[in-house]
Design a protein around this ligand. Structure first.
Ligand SMILES: N[C@@H](CCC(=O)N[C@@H](CS)C(=O)NCC(=O)O)C(=O)O
Length: 275
């Protein structure tokens, strides 16, 4: 069966044809060795005190915000790495993939015989198994409550407005009826998230890095990119978010994959969007 092109995939999602073609061009023009380069970058950023041999497979594409948290975490803990699953070529809809992950989405994780999907289920599992301080279920329920609160608020409060700005600009989603209201609403809700979870700490749980930071940073960093001016979005929290991202990147070397991954990182993807 012939594989659908990225442009066809995007058009089927309701994206305007001209934008779908442009985004498809950005994706297709990446250097042929880009996937190997992503693997190389991730491999070189593993933290040194490895608790286990790399064996967990995270299926995904590195520019996806949902995929980034589990990939960065598995890499940081040196317990696994990303297995490339090309959504634009239907890699998530093959019989083999659906046999392991029936919802047909990325990220998804295989650890031995355990196959699960959903980014937050994956990072909770990885932390509980390999780095309990990142989700201390056995020792600090209040910290876990705060971590879950921060992650759920990012998904249910921030994400709908975030996707109305970010995904629209990337060509993954048609524009909402009122784009200006979405832009204003996004700045407001990010302000609430930051004042609730980062008012007086470096990370969501103060000095302690947790899975909440792995989840939040990939959604916040792209907002500092100038590409969203095209849909009328001027980010009002650049300084605060930049300080948070920098602290996270200093603690987690694998987070470099958000900025540089052989042309596939989220920031490089935004650089390549048509003006
Ligand atoms: N709630 C899921 C969302 C997963 C999701 O929407 N993944 C997208 C990519 S970011 C996907 O696989 N889309 C392909 C499709 O829907 O066919 C999570 O947090 O993992």
């Amino acid at each position: 069966m012939e594989k659908p092109s990225a442009a066809d995939y995007l058009k089927a999602q309701g994206v305007e044809a001209i934008l779908a073609e442009a985004v498809s061009k950005v994706i297709n023009e990446r250097p042929a060795n880009a996937v190997a380069r992503v693997a190389q970058i991730l491999a070189s950023s593993k933290q040194s005190s490895a608790p286990a041999e790399g064996k967990v497979e995270i299926y995904g594409m590195i520019h996806s915000q949902n995929v980034l948290a589990p990939v960065m975490l598995a890499t940081h803990l040196n317990v696994g790495s990303m297995t490339f699953c090309n959504l634009f070529e239907g890699g998530n809809k093959t019989e083999e993939y659906l046999g392991m992950f029936p919802f047909g989405k990325v990220p998804a994780m295989k650890d031995g015989s355990l196959c699960i999907a959903e980014s937050m289920a994956i990072i909770r599992y990885l932390a509980m198994k390999y780095q309990p301080s990142f989700y201390p279920i056995a020792s600090d329920l209040e910290a876990c409550a705060r971590i879950d609160y921060a992650m759920d608020a990012m998904s249910s409060e921030v994400y709908p407005l975030w996707s109305d700005v970010v995904y629209v600009r990337c060509g993954f989603k048609p524009a909402p009826a009122d784009q200006a209201a979405a832009c204003e609403g996004l700045n407001k809700i990010i302000g609430t998230w930051l004042s609730t979870f980062l008012a007086d700490g470096k990370f969501v749980c103060g000095e302690q890095l947790t899975i909440a930071d792995f989840r939040a940073v990939p959604f916040l960093l792209p907002l500092t990119h100038g590409a969203f001016k095209k849909v009328g979005f001027e980010f009002a929290h650049t300084d605060k978010v930049t300080a948070y991202v920098n602290a996270f990147m200093a603690a987690v070397p694998s987070a470099g994959a958000m900025k540089s991954a052989g042309g596939h990182s989220i920031m490089e993807f935004l650089d390549g969007l048509p003006a």
